[in-house]
Design a protein around this ligand. Structure first.
Ligand code: SF4
Length: 605
């Protein structure tokens, strides 16, 4: 087998309660690497057009990559891949923690889960084997208790990926909580697990050793990468504050989602900043498997209605969406809401967004106290937000509608609410307003899983003046395209997107581990292949240029204050960027990859 890989895939059919193993195909590994790429290939080949994401026919893939669990720094990462019940298109989630490394060292590069169990079960993977076991006693429990119970039962060295009540109740943006505080957050992978009656997957690493094509060369490459990370000037800040370090600069740049994206400036931003969080509620730092960056911030709120016993978070995105976007200016309240989301198994971005949408509906009179069971669902009401989090997870009252996501909820509510339902392709917008960071407009519009910040995060380059002119679309199409291809590879290796490494470092690590002998061009071409494959999946599901768009609010309502005052991404601006982007990609005017491009990438014969 190739270096870096275990060489084995575990296939679990829950309907038939059948467990089998397969060899990882070396040619496929070379073309699609692992993680996102390998998952995309398996998903594309396995699913028929129009498969209901919540049916037994959908599959759930847990995929590591050739660098997962290796000496390469930040090698904790792995990917969850499935068809999203929120967007009905491709979904991959990148996850940290310890689970991915343990899965690989338990003897599998990848787990494919098919079918549906006839009663609640969990999967126990260990020592190159797997068992399907009863989980009736765990059904209904939160992710934290589920994990604690399974660790007691299976041993402390077990690592757990589980769903909470939200996943069981098929909330369309239910997450999978992993190692308690890491999540396969976006797009509803937790609901896919729930639809299969699969409460949890537990793994324990065994004595599997990862072989490298060039062991000495790999050790040297890993050492070099570690040195680059250690010497990077931003790492001490990331270590001290975690992702919340971005609250203050994004607010200063007037891009912080506030009150359902009505403005980019939050008057209470200081109360929820990374600095305030560190001062008030952070108790210690934490880290994923083999990572010196230590970006987890463990928090604790001793008492009161926002009590938090322990949480690694909230992260920047949770603060932006559960905080400023709902007008909530208390870091304790945001931490409490975030803890509830992790335990109940909800994506914080979509949850915050859905509540902010409902708050705007309430303030406009489209929802009344009768709809909210008497809750004063006004911006800034943290207690109402916290109640809504629970209602969504249990699909109670208005929570049942919001559990469908803002796209479906706005269609039901009508009365023009579609204009401020903040999503792309059904996936709610993350923590950066694209009016004034125009690269993000294109990144959201073209992301392969709907509005996502991770595929091409242009914000830093734009606010730090590395993409000039500041308020312009110039150069954004190329930047977004190249970043998407490069990130597609990072998410396939799988390494962490916070690792401040250059492409040459990734290439060297990959080559020394696997023996692939890629050039930088080969590497980026492989990323482009993976990106085109996810586009092919989405095109097959009916995605067209019309779907590569933004909520009307971003295209019609200029931001009202701060340095972005007056900025808007008009339809013409987006069209101009899309034309350039499609041309750079070798796609036609409708956003469909051309035959010539597919041939070049080895995606058709
Ligand atoms: S940077 Fe943070 S998220 Fe990434 S691997 Fe390290 S600890 Fe995990």
């Amino acid at each position: 087998m190739l270096g870096g890989y275990i060489g084995k895939i575990l296939r679990v059919d829950l309907t038939e309660r059948r467990i089998s193993t397969e060899k990882l195909d070396a040619e496929i590994a070379k073309k699609f690497i692992g993680g996102k790429g390998l998952g995309a290939k398996i998903l594309y080949d396995s699913l028929k057009l129009g498969t209901d994401p919540l049916s037994p026919e959908n599959i759930l893939i847990f995929a590591s990559g050739p660098l997962t669990a290796t000496l390469a720094p930040t090698s904790a990462r792995w990917a969850v891949v499935t068809k999203s019940p929120l967007t009905n298109i491709f979904l991959d989630c990148q996850v940290g923690g310890y689970f991915g490394a343990a899965m690989k060292l338990a003897g599998f590069d990848c787990i494919i889960i098919e079918g549906k169990a006839d009663s609640p079960v969990y999967l126990w993977v260990h020592d190159g084997n797997a068992e399907i076991l009863k989980a009736g006693d765990l059904w209904g429990k939160g992710c934290f208790e589920t994990e604690d119970t399974l660790k007691k039962r299976l041993g402390e060295s077990a690592h757990v990926a589980s769903i909470g009540p939200a996943g069981e109740n098929l909330v369309r943006y239910a997450c999978i909580s992993v190692d308690k505080y890491r999540q396969a957050g976006r797009g509803g992978a937790g609901a896919v697990m729930g639809s299969k009656n699969l409460k949890a997957v537990a793994v324990r690493s065994a004595s599997y050793k990862i072989e490298y094509a060039d062991p000495e060369g790999f050790r040297e490459a890993a050492k070099k990468a570690l040195k680059v990370i250690r010497e990077n000037s931003f790492i001490p800040l990331r270590r001290k504050y975690g992702t919340p370090i971005w609250v203050a600069p994004v607010n200063k740049a007037a891009l912080l989602p506030t009150r359902n994206f009505r403005t980019g400036v939050f008057e209470k931003a200081e109360n929820i900043s990374g600095e305030t969080m560190r001062d008030k509620i952070v108790v210690k730092d934490g880290t994923c498997y083999n990572c010196i960056i230590q970006c987890w911030k463990y928090t604790h709120v001793e008492s009161g209605k926002y009590r938090v016993d322990e949480l690694a978070g909230p992260e920047y995105e949770s603060i932006a969406l559960l905080g400023s976007d709902c007008g909530v200016g208390s870091i304790e309240a945001v931490a409490h809401a975030s803890m509830l989301c992790d335990d109940l198994g909800l994506d914080t971005i979509s949850t915050g967004n859905s509540i902010a949408f409902a708050m705007e509906c309430y303030e406009r009179g489209l929802l009344t106290a009768e709809d909210t069971d008497g809750l004063e669902l006004k911006f800034g009401n943290a207690d109402a937000e916290i109640e809504m989090v629970k209602k969504i997870a249990y699909r109670k009252g208005l929570g049942n509608l919001l559990a469908e996501g803002v796209q479906r909820a706005s269609k039901k509510i009508g009365d023009g609410s579609e204009r401020f339902a903040m999503h792309v392709k059904g996936l709610e917008i993350p923590g950066y307003d694209p009016r004034g960071a125009f690269g993000m407009a294109l990144a959201y519009a073209t992301s392969d899983r709907g509005a996502c910040h991770q595929r091409a995060w242009t914000v830093r380059a734009e606010i730090e003046g590395k993409l000039e002119p500041r308020f312009s679309t110039k150069g954004r199409a190329r930047f977004v395209k190249e970043t998407q291809d490069e990130r597609a590879m990072c998410f396939s290796l799988v390494l962490c997107d916070f690792a401040p490494l250059e492409v040459k470092h990734f290439v060297e690590l990959l080559n020394k581990a696997t023996g692939f002998n890629f050039t930088v061009e080969d590497y980026l071409k492989t990323g482009e292949r993976i990106w085109n494959l996810t586009r092919l999946f989405n095109v097959r599901e009916g995605i067209t240029r019309e779907d590569d768009t933004l909520p009307p609010r971003f295209m019609e309502e200029p931001l009202p204050e701060g340095v972005t005052k007056g900025q808007v991404v008009t339809k013409e601006m987006l069209d101009e960027m899309l034309d350039e982007y499609y041309a750079l990609r070798g796609w036609d005017k409708n956003g469909v990859p051309t035959e010539e491009k597919l041939k070049e990438l080895g995606l058709c014969s």
